[in-house]
Design a protein around this ligand. Structure first.
Ligand SMILES: [Zn+2]
Length: 496
């Protein structure tokens, strides 16, 4: 077999394998991110300070309205009235903005990076969290639905009960719907030292209709009315009302990512011992500290939660609560990307050999779907992003066909694929995802790069497929092979 044809055959096989494998890698990374725990690490660094915490209260009541954005919270009369008679603040829940991880922060004082609890979709914590609730003998939690979350948090009693055959499911979801508000009211009025009520209707409306829908606002008003009824049940308790994350506007809503409007929610704390005041931006661990002080319980030494007075005096700014990317991984990712871009620039002469499908596809994706984040539905559903760049892939095929008339196939492959493959590899590196790629049961969850890796892997796969098809065409149409053989060596490319 002549050498150019052999080269083309090898290229077709290698690129075909990449086109097959990279989407599997994407699936594995996204599954691992949603399923497993991360390796415990360092928390974000927030402003420090020392001072006295809240004095213990006889009864502490905590209401989390799941998925309620700060914007809509500001329109709710009961919640705003509570804010007015106590402390009103924005709370940064950190990253990722997913209910179980965020509630694990609230009840342990440790950030998602410290606990390694970053998603665990539908997987209860076994054993339950060892945090504030487990130190209060009569602590009670009542959830509207998704009881596996409250059952994971270490409360002495947590309702609804689990399905005996599946701890991730509730025993009687339909029956529970009818009685749960009465059970929540009973818990609040019970005299228990610590009661937690987890309201889920707003999150459900967000996922069903989006965070800007009439349904979402209606659910928020309904949750606000429930909050009013609960407050009336024990008006002299110390109350903490907050959310665990906001919701994206449109279609499926969504949360989980690092967007500020998702991460930063409204909190209102009021009752005995809490002076009215306005806070700017607290960390959720600060709220955890306030609840620990209220219940006379201890947070771990590693908690970054500050006494309430300190937290109010030294607010967070912007993205303080976002965890940093590991320095080494970040540097390697940058180098990979730089090498890939340099290779593509060196090989892409003439200019049309550059991977324009990748450049234009990336721009179109961000323009039409926005920046990839773990909040976005399409990051998990490849079909919704593939349709954006699919019409551009013929550019890769055509550049390969035309390129082999001018230079070698290897050079065409480098020009077309070095940058896209390097970008995908850089995202995986920055996300700390290689161990997950290689089969470890570790969640690679970092801001930005976990989400970036999803479209980048599929784009690289599709580019590899387009170039592989171009190379295949040179094999089946000998005319291309002949012209390729006539082309000069890579050391002396034609000007053009
Ligand atoms: Zn949700």
């Amino acid at each position: 077999m002549p050498r150019p044809r052999l080269t083309a055959l090898v290229v077709v096989c290698v690129l075909g394998a990449l086109a097959w494998e990279l989407p599997q890698v994407r699936r594995r990374v996204m599954y691992d991110a949603a399923h497993w725990d991360a390796l415990p690490g360092e928390p974000a660094v927030i402003p420090g300070g020392t001072g006295a915490g809240l004095a213990p209260a006889a009864r502490t009541r905590v209401v989390v309205i799941d998925g309620l954005s700060a914007e809509v919270a500001a329109t709710l009369p009961v919640l705003q009235a509570l804010c007015k008679r106590g402390v009103a603040a924005r709370i940064d829940v950190g990253f990722p903005s997913v209910s179980l991880p965020v509630e694990a922060v609230l009840w342990s004082g440790l950030t998602q990076q410290q606990t390694g609890i970053v998603n665990r979709d539908g997987r209860p914590l076994v054993p339950p969290l060892a945090g504030i609730p487990s130190q209060v003998p009569d602590s009670r939690a009542v959830a509207e639905s998704h009881g596996w979350i409250v059952r994971s948090l270490g409360f002495a009693t947590a309702e609804p009960a689990a399905d005996p055959t599946d701890p991730a499911r509730d025993a009687d979801p339909e029956g529970w719907k009818a009685v749960w508000q009465r059970r929540a009211a009973a818990a609040v009025t019970s005299g228990a030292r610590l009661v937690f009520v987890h309201v889920l209707e707003v999150d459900a409306a967000g996922h069903g209709h989006g965070g800007d829908s009439a349904e979402y606002r209606a659910a928020a008003r309904d949750a606000d009315a429930l909050l009013g009824a609960l407050l009336a049940g024990d008006p002299t308790a110390r109350w903490f009302a907050l959310s665990d994350h906001g919701h994206l506007a449109g279609g499926h809503g969504g949360h989980g990512g690092e967007e500020r409007e998702i991460r930063q929610v409204q909190g209102c704390f009021a009752g005995p011992g809490i002076l009215p005041g306005r806070g700017q931006l607290l960390h959720l661990a600060d709220v955890s500290r306030a609840i620990a002080d209220s219940t006379g319980t201890e947070l771990p030494r590693a908690s970054i939660g500050r006494p309430l007075a300190v937290a109010l005096a030294a607010p967070l700014t912007g993205d303080d609560a976002l965890p940093a990317i590991a320095l080494g991984a970040g540097a390697i990712a940058m180098s990979l990307l730089a090498i890939g871009v340099a290779l593509t620039l060196l090989a892409a002469r003439p200019w049309w050999l550059a991977p324009w499908w990748f450049v234009l596809g990336g721009v179109a994706l961000v323009m039409l779907r926005g920046e990839p984040t773990l909040s976005k539905w399409w990051v998990y559903q490849p079909r919704d992003m593939i349709v954006i760049w699919l019409p551009l892939l013929p550019l890769g095929f055509a550049a390969t066909l035309a390129g082999v008339r001018r230079t070698t196939l290897v050079r065409v492959v480098v020009a077309q694929l070095a940058a896209p493959l390097a970008a995908a590899a850089a995202a995986l590196t920055a996300a700390g995802a290689w161990s997950a790629v290689l089969g470890a049961e570790v969640a690679p969850v970092v801001p930005r790069f976990t989400a970036y890796s999803s479209p980048l892997l599929v784009m690289a796969a599709h580019g590899a497929l387009a170039v592989a098809l171009g190379a295949l065409a040179t094999l089946v149409r000998p005319v291309f092979g002949r012209r390729a053989r006539r082309a000069p060596a890579p050391a002396a490319p034609p000007a053009g």
